[in-house]
Design a protein around this ligand. Structure first.
Ligand SMILES: N[C@@H](CCC(=O)N[C@@H](CS)C(=O)NCC(=O)O)C(=O)O
Length: 287
């Protein structure tokens, strides 16, 4: 598709199907389901419907951390929702998340199934339910909220802004790439200054704030996101790198990062996760 150079927006915007770019076939200006689809339900209390994108990884890392801590009632089934195929618009999925985005969670541990959507809300829900990775009161709790909400509002500049225009858009538009590179570098500098003073983003304790930030900014500086490590000169952010590497060595992070993804190299990722023994099939040296 060719775009006019000097585009003047018309009086009324119209939906031009297939307007180019990686997500052209799934992007729509209307909400709701596009097809009937019953979702599978496994044997565990928690049913996660997701894909191993950064927002998905937050939740699988959280579950793996809870299990690592000994919360055996945090067992979960993680089912793949392939967003490239439009599975987020299936009827059952939309009933769990009317916003049609992964991750979406069903908690079947009570009398009635409870739906939880938005990755930040899922992290908070699980942290409160298991009384873990979130201080129960005081300044440290406020600080975790500060950084959790910082992440939720900042990452769309990294994903929907920088990542979209640097990798996925049908044309490389310098204005857009400059704008979002500037913002992402500023965000990395925010994190770097904070992490120069403390081990984790809120202080001495690992929390859901770290769990939410690492899949985006941690993986970015480790060269695992958008192939943009050189372009953004991520090596300049020494404290972010130190923190990112530290988190990468956590067994729960190593497992959580490999769920609901397709393996390019055999045994690299799990399409679905139903048991801790599923990881035995993976080769942890190839990624
Ligand atoms: N604020 C949401 C964002 C979720 C989100 O953007 N998910 C993306 C994948 S990372 C998605 O499902 N995209 C599919 C689509 O936009 O149709 C959250 O954090 O849960």
């Amino acid at each position: 598709m060719n775009y006019p150079i000097n585009y003047v927006p018309p009086k009324i915007w119209k939906w031009e199907n297939e307007n180019g770019g990686t997500f052209a076939s799934t992007n729509r200006p209307i909400a709701g389901s596009t097809h009937d689809k019953t979702l599978p339900i496994g044997q565990h209390p928690f049913q996660l419907y997701s894909q191993g994108t950064p927002n998905g990884i937050k939740v699988t890392v959280m579950f793996e951390e809870l299990l690592e801590m000994g919360h055996s009632d945090a067992e979960y089934d993680a089912w793949l929702i392939s967003i490239g195929k439009g599975e987020q618009f299936g009827s059952d999925f939309v009933n769990i998340n009317p916003n049609s985005k992964i991750p979406a969670l069903l908690d079947n541990s009570g009398d009635e199934p409870k739906r939880v959507f938005e990755s930040g809300a899922i992290l908070l829900y699980l942290a409160e339910k298991f009384n873990s990775f979130l201080p129960t009161h005081g300044d440290q709790r406020t600080e975790v909220f500060n950084w959790l909400f910082w992440q939720m509002s900042s990452a769309p500049y990294l994903g929907g802004g920088f990542g979209h225009f640097y990798v996925y858009a049908p044309e490389k538009i310098q204005y857009a790439i400059d704008r979002y590179s500037m913002e992402v570098k500023r965000q990395l500098d925010v994190l770097d200054r904070e992490l120069s003073k403390k081990e984790f983003i809120t202080g001495d304790e690992y929390s859901i704030a770290d769990i939410s930030i690492w899949p985006w900014y941690g993986r970015l500086v480790l060269g695992k996101q958008y192939g943009a490590a050189d372009f953004l000169q991520v090596g300049d952010y020494h404290n972010v790198l130190r923190w990112a590497k530290n988190l990468s060595s956590r067994p729960a992070v190593m497992r959580g990062e490999r769920i609901n993804r397709k393996s390019k190299i055999p045994n690299q990722y799990l399409l679905e996760r139903h048991s801790k023994t599923d990881f035995e099939a993976l080769d942890f040296d190839t990624y």
